[in-house]
Design a protein around this ligand. Structure first.
Ligand code: 13P
Ligand code: SF4
Length: 303
């Protein structure tokens, strides 16, 4: 099948099966273009909770599809590529977190949405990059543990002077950004604003004109009077930035800003997912109920 035939088949299958396609901004441009909804982790999880479709094809990584299943257990949730994971989500395990909790029974656990269902189930509240600041302020004065992203955790800890331990996990894409790359880009594009995702290290975040979730970054470039931007997050987001801002220029900070897992999904995989109803995401019910509590707590504190 050529590209147009694939797109037509995806559309036909979607209607036949009452399915919606959700895609994260880091997906390949061709996959973004067939999505019904795009968003950051928070927006996509809200859409998953609210849609009346019978089937959700989640073009992203495993924790995102799993979050959709936790919120919408009655729907069929499909992840087109079974191996598409998030290495950071695997940096905190159920076993290690249980051991920590046994040693620190008075500590509340705040988990990033980039975690497994088992870790969410062991946590008191979940956060995403777009609401972490809002959620965490409800817990000022408490003893906290933040898992697994040391960069977002350290940023929050210092900004709000929190009594918070931070797990040593990280995103291998954002964590690798260096000061030298930023300095070089700023000197190459002196009129550009530098914007970053909070998964970058604190010394990088401190050099930025704006820090935000993927959705926050997109909104920022559309609302800013500036015409040129240096992008300190995964390269896939530039597709939507260009579509929404035809007259503005976007410079990717480094070609290394490419998430291997996000790029595993192709249009063919989306087509196969819909045709064969693969790969079905399941979450064991007792885990799901517990994990749902930490997600609902997040929604209560931010709605
Ligand atoms: P967002 O919630 O900002 O989309 O981030 C998800 C992610 O995995 C960033 O690396
Ligand atoms: Fe995970 Fe980083 Fe990829 Fe986001 S960019 S999905 S945090 S590995």
């Amino acid at each position: 099948m050529n590209k147009q035939q694939l797109v037509d088949e995806i559309k036909r299958l979607k209607e036949e099966k009452n399915a919606v396609i959700l895609a994260h901004y880091y997906q390949r441009a061709g996959v973004q273009d067939v999505a019904d909804y795009m968003g950051d982790s928070l927006k996509l999880s809200r859409i998953a909770a609210e849609t009346d479709a019978d089937m959700i094809v989640f073009c992203g990584v495993h924790f995102m599809a799993e979050t959709a299943k936790i919120l919408s257990p009655e729907k069929t949730v499909l992840l087109p590529v079974a191996e598409a994971g998030c290495p950071m989500a695997d940096m905190v395990t159920e076993r290690k977190l249980t051991a920590y909790k046994e040693k620190h029974p008075d500590t509340l656990v705040v988990c990033y949405v980039n975690t497994t269902a088992q870790v969410k189930a062991l946590s008191d509240v979940c956060v995403t990059s777009s609401n972490a600041e809002k959620v965490i302020r409800h817990y000022e004065g408490e003893k906290l543990l933040y898992v697994p992203d040391k960069n977002l955790g350290t940023y929050l800890k210092h900004k709000y002077d929190l009594d918070m331990e931070v797990w040593p996990g990280f995103c291998c894409i954002h964590n690798d950004v260096t000061k030298e790359e930023v300095e070089f880009a700023k000197s190459t594009y002196p009129n550009a604003e530098f914007i970053v995702h909070p998964e970058c290290r604190m010394e990088i975040v401190e050099m930025a004109d704006f820090v935000g979730s993927t959705k926050g970054l997109l909104e920022y470039v559309s609302n800013s009077d500036c015409q040129e931007f240096i992008i300190g997050t995964e390269k896939g987001i530039i597709h939507q930035m260009e579509l929404a801002n035809k007259d503005k220029k976007f410079h990717l900070l480094s070609e290394n800003l490419a998430c291997y897992d996000m790029k595993l999904t192709n249009l063919e995989d989306v087509y196969e997912a819909l045709k064969n109803e693969q790969h079905v995401i399941e979450v064991e019910e007792t885990i799901r109920e517990q994990a749902l509590k930490s997600l609902n707590r997040m929604f209560e504190l931010t709605d």
